[in-house]
Every structure is written in C-alpha cells, then in structure tokens.
Design a protein around this ligand. Structure first.
Ligand code: TIU
Length: 222
C-alpha cells in the first residue's frame, strides 16, 4: 500500500514495508522536572503537549506494522562514552552523571533515562541507546534499518532543533527519505521549533519533508 502524505514542500510518498517510525528521546530526563532538560535551565512543561501526539503516532505505526525504533540519549555509568566537552556544559553541580531527583542525570539505567511510560516500547520494537545527539552516531541504527529493508523514516520526538534535527541530517546523508511529524516534535523554545521545521522543508526539502499528525493519519487511512 502506497501512502501519499500532504507535506511541505511537497507530497511525501512511502509504503509500510519500507518505512520505520523513529521516536527520538521521549525520556523522563527531557520531559519531567528534575532531569537533564531542567538541569540545562529549561522549562520542561513546554514539551508536555507532544506526549499525546507521540502516543497517537505510535499507535498508528503499530496498527500499520511499521518498524518502530525508540532512541534514548544517555551515557554509561563510568562516563567512558561522555566527552569532557559535553559533560562540562551547563550549570556546575548539575552535570551529566550527577545525582538528581530522577537518579544520575542522563545515565543509562537511571529512572530519568527511561522512556515516558505512556510511550513504553513493546517487546519487538527496537530501543537504541545513543551517546550523541544524532541517532546514527556510535549506534547500530543504520545496520538495523538496512536489515529491515527500511528506506523511509517518519520522525518524531524531542527536541526539534537538537536530537530530531541531528538525526534527520544524519539520515539524509545516508540516503533515507525523511518525513518529520511537526506536532509530534517539541522544543523548549517555540521559535526554534518552528524555524527548525522550516529549515528541513526549505530549499525543496533540503533534509526531508514536514507534515503533522492529522495529515499523516489521513494518508494512512485512505
Ligand atoms: N537540550 C536539548 O534541547 N536537547 C538535548 O540535549 N537532547 C535531545 O534533543 N534529545
């Protein structure tokens, strides 16, 4: 079944056999108070509306039997995969690896590192742990997608201009056809969110295309 999604700058076309949903970093560390997002000085409540849209998108992807990949940004407990430059950004005393209300900030295995319970992965879905902002850096995501014969990526998650953007750029350079679901992405900075989406779809879709959940679900149910 070929889906034709109304998108910017033009219609996006894909089919369920070769399409994956990539749900980026919907972790407590970014969405709940006491985690990494707040440690960086952000108001994490700005991201809350995205959870419901991501939930609907995840359910639609499950009903459509898409390959589903969840990513989590985080580091090993011994910090061996954490560059000093990354650790030293942010307020002193609130660095990656420090103990916060959600456990050690951005460390694999801490409660802050886990995915939001509303978006918990099912058994057969992939969960990719990534030390960087882009989901292809130092992970086996590309190999997984090649094995699944995936060529089209539907992207959602947080934050629009950081990890979603980095991943779209990496995916585009590896030849994937990307569609970003704008209202299933969120930023601590509303103006960055809208400009980040424009940057993807400008210049004829320089990194990919952009739509919203309603248009995507319309195309899937047609
Ligand atoms: N700070 C910020 O906007 N984002 C991140 O650090 N990581 C992700 O976007 N996941």
């Amino acid at each position: 079944m070929v889906w034709r999604v109304k998108a910017k700058p033009s219609t996006y076309q894909c089919d369920e056999q070769s399409t994956a949903l990539i749900m980026i970093d919907m972790q407590r560390d970014f969405l709940e108070p006491g985690g990494f997002g707040e440690a960086l000085g952000n108001d994490v409540s700005t991201l809350r509306p995205v959870i419901a849209v991501c939930k609907d998108l995840l359910e639609l992807a499950r009903e459509s039997n898409l390959t589903i990949v969840h990513t989590r940004e985080g580091h090993l407990p011994d910090l061996s995969d954490l560059p000093e430059t990354k650790r030293n950004r942010g307020e002193p005393g609130q660095k990656i690896g420090d103990l916060g209300p959600l456990g050690r900030i951005l460390i694999r295995g801490s409660s802050g590192h886990s995915l939001m319970p509303e978006l918990a992965p099912e058994k057969h879905e992939y969960v990719i742990d990534k030390p960087g902002k882009g989901a292809f850096f130092a992970t086996d995501l590309h190999g997984i997608l090649e094995r699944e014969r995936v060529t089209s990526l539907i992207l959602a998650g947080v934050t629009t201009e950081v990890c979603v953007h980095s991943t779209v750029r990496e995916a585009n350079d590896r030849g994937y056809d990307c569609l970003v679901i704008g209202d299933a992405c969120g930023s601590y900075f509303p103006d960055f969110h809208s400009v980040a989406l424009k940057m993807i779809s400008a210049q004829g879709g320089i990194f990919g295309k952009v739509t919203n959940f309603l248009e995507f679900s319309r195309a899937v149910s047609e």
